[in-house]
Design a protein around this ligand. Sequence first.
Ligand code: FAD
Ligand code: DLZ
Length: 515
Amino acid sequence: MTILIPILGDQLSHDLASLTGVDRADAVVLLMEVRDEARYVKHHKKKIALLFSAMRHFAEELREAGWTVDYVPLDAAGNTGSFSGEVGRALARHGASAVRVVEAGEWRVQAMLDGWAAQLGVPVEILPDDRFMCSKADFAEWAAARKRLVMEDFYREMRKRTGLLMSFGKPIGTRWNFDADNRKVPPRGLNTPGVATFEPDAITSEVLALVAAEFPDHFGELEPFRFAVTRAQALLALDHFIAHALPRFGDYQDAIVEGQAHLWHAALSPYINCGLLRAREVVEAAVRAHAEGAAPLNAVEGFVRQIIGWREYIRGIYWHAGPEYAESNALDATRDLPAFYWTAETDMRCIAQSVDQVRHEAYNHHIQRLMILGNFAMLAGVEPAQVEEWYLIVYADAYEWVELPNVHGMSQFADGGLLGSKPYAGGGAYINRMSDHCGRCRYNVKLKTGPEACPFNALYWDFLARHRDLLKDNSRLWRMYDGWDRLGPARQKETRASAAAFLDGLPGGAREWAR
Ligand code: FAD
Ligand code: DLZ
């Protein structure tokens, strides 16, 4: 009896559950490049190239390890363009009588997997994705016992459960969280370590030509392409981060510096999310660096929290909340996403620089995503679905399970506070403190209103005023409302008029880049 083992593009892990406990002689592994996945949103060209190249290299490695691999390239004759179509064709091609697959990362694809048994007429075994450290069932149990799903509570539970940075049941360093030691304002002349980069080999070069030919209308610059595309390369990228960036990871976590895309961030999310790296091995490498005296606790704890805290929590929320999660629009935001999210053509330097960076790198770090691009969209009242689509398109690490809660919940507050306790809103002063954009911007960050003023300033107050009914009882915002009230009616009126004038002049959408 032959078993067909389909492996999806974000499941490129040699120890994937579907590959364990199977006799290689009885199995055919199927990898498929399918147009539906590349087109359900028009992903950044670099993201498609990363996945296709990583999939092709992974297939080679599986073959070398003794597996029979059926690889369907995008331009293969008869490629149906869909996962279900290709699994059906492969069953017939190999006379396979059963399917064994790891659950999908997102609702859309999981619905396909759930339909295969009926559609294809063979037994389909769907296995849990054990690459996550908290199973869906464990998250549901944790959530069921609580009124509020607070990330910090989840994180402490995960520390206890994994034993990471724990000693005799207590957190190493006697504190759970070293955030207070992090987030320093960056000094001038920072010398950052950069990230590990890799020259394209023959397989990648072929993929780059394919992507250039097949997806010319997608967002983003395809070349230069320097991503890791094999596990061995991704491990080198991890080593580079641990040796050169981790020791100062915490210090400037929130800083934004022009020309320094990555600062001391890891830039490992594309590799973790597609399976080249295991989340668990990444945090263990960081903890080891601390144990060996190579990285301080504030950096290592901050990094571990991002992964066993935020990453696992976000995934838990996605599956716990279900597809209805995407439907809420707590702030009734309806504006079209401005065209400059695609073109970078705006005088707001922080936005122009962030968009230009993502166009070239398929990457922005967390604070650019949250406090510049997300913050502006929320203050301007952009429809959450359009913001979500943009984030899913432009980042090499974007998959709906991780993009959606981060955007819909954390960044846009469209879930009304299920995920975050307050909207991540900020004015120009925050951006000026944490970045070097404002000094070179055509707008004046010190001015509060008028055509020369940084638009974030009036938009921030206008946002708070617009949503007062919804937000006024949030104790974390009382100080802000106090500040707004102290402005007095005349300045309030001027501020809101300034915001309205700016919003009236915003360009409309540029839908050709989207779906
Ligand atoms: P580092 O700052 O070095 O952090 C280390 C690791 O922690 C990351 O590689 C990532 O695996 C994990 N991590 C940190 N924060 C989060 C988080 N909030 N959620 C999940 N994992 C986290 N991350 C994605 O992987 N895909 C997305 O599509 C995505 N969309 C985002 C959208 C918005 C609006 C925001 C605010 C955040 C989003 N994030 C997303 C989370 C975070 O910004 C990225 O994981 C991070 O910027 C990746 O770069 P890095 O590897 O250099 O991260
Ligand atoms: C993102 C993506 C793209 C662009 N193309 C493919 C593909 O051709 N084949 C594939 O197996 N996976 C691809 N992916 C990743 C999938 O969209 C991802 O695995 C699903 O979202 C799983 O939930």
